[in-house]
Unconditional design. Structure first.
Length: 337
């Protein structure tokens, strides 16, 4: 691609970040409970840096999810206990804020060197910030930058970038999917990304327990706000009962949003150590990232998440529903409905 793909400021920030990693040891960090965009970004950036002669490793506070392990065959993701000592600089990818990677890494790297992300709530917490809030995925940003600046993209790097774009666009269905998204996906396929492998690994190798978990979630659906909000809940202990784990809820909230007439879908997971909620909206006007922020979370205008502790699940659900209903009414008023 010869045309300019990203705003000048983003490209300049990345070029400075890249140039200043010369002769430095780099740690590429992703967020806890990583998704495809997180792991894809880590793998792709690490491989590109290494191809340019940098010393680089990837670290994540959580294990790589089962369905994403095909991306780390040649690029391992280290755990916190494997982080070596020594002087290194940290580049965070797909992290709206430094806290998303946990306190251990925040204390080890109090001043992040780089921050590459697409969350609208990202305020720019590093020395070099490459934040593009209208991008469909962090992998979309990296793919555009690599192509624009002629960085090496081999087949495993292309596969990692393609996977991140595929998952964060909901298989090219979400509102952030753009013409550029498809252009970049096509370029990545030309460079060796395999859509068949990605589709098989991501969507056709589900354990039986995950389908049981989905049954529990679907059976719990309740609708509010004149039917425009759908909330489903996974009760405490359900993972043990179905032989599943938190990673098996990935994408599950989309079923709540998929109901005709529902504008906002929610997944509430009740665990021994607290409550996690995922929010999905049909329209960016509903700004579920701002709803999540009220409870200490964040994310995108159409996709956000949060974690709370010290509150009963029933009380939290009531507060969340009331907040979402208020947001619906606010948007209605702004639109004159």
């Amino acid at each position: 691609m010869s045309q300019t793909l990203l705003p000048w400021s983003t490209t300049v920030s990345f070029r400075r970040l890249w140039d200043h990693t010369a002769d430095r040891s780099v740690v590429v960090i992703g967020h806890a409970r990583p998704d495809g965009d997180c792991i894809g970004s880590q793998v792709a950036l690490a491989r590109a840096l290494r191809a340019a002669g940098r010393e680089v490793i990837c670290v994540n506070p959580s294990p790589v999810p089962r369905r994403l392990r095909y991306l780390v065959r040649e690029e391992p993701i280290l755990g916190l206990d494997e982080l070596p000592d020594g002087d290194s600089v940290a580049i965070y990818v797909d992290c709206a804020d430094q806290e998303r990677a946990g306190k251990v890494l925040q204390e080890r790297f109090p001043q992040p060197f780089g921050n590459i992300d697409h969350h609208v709530s990202n305020a720019g917490y590093a020395m070099h910030n490459c934040v593009q809030a209208d991008a469909s995925a962090t992998c979309e940003i990296l793919a555009a930058l690599f192509l624009e600046l002629d960085k090496k993209i081999d087949a495993p790097t292309a596969q990692a970038l393609y996977t991140g774009i595929l998952t964060d666009t909901g298989q090219f269905r979400f509102a952030t999917t753009s013409r550029l998204t498809f252009q970049l996906a096509a370029e990545l396929v030309a460079l060796g990304a395999d859509p068949v492998e990605a589709g098989h690994e991501l969507y056709e190798r589900e354990p039986a327990g995950k389908l049981q978990l989905l049954q529990r979630y679907l059976a719990s659906f309740e609708q509010y706000g004149e039917g425009r909000i759908c909330v489903g809940t996974l009760a405490e202990g359900v993972f043990a009962e179905t032989d599943t784990g938190p990673e098996d809820t990935e994408g599950m909230v989309d079923y709540a949003r998929a109901i005709d007439g529902v504008l906002i879908g929610c997944l509430i997971e009740v665990r021994a150590d607290g409550i996690k909620a995922s929010l999905r909206a049909e329209d960016p006007a509903y700004r579920v990232d701002q709803v999540a922020a009220i409870f200490g979370g964040g994310g995108h205008a159409c996709a956000a998440g949060l974690n709370v502790t010290g509150i009963k699940a029933s009380d939290f659900k009531q507060q969340l529903v009331e907040t979402l209903e208020s947001r619906l009414h606010q948007v209605d008023a702004e639109r004159g409905n």
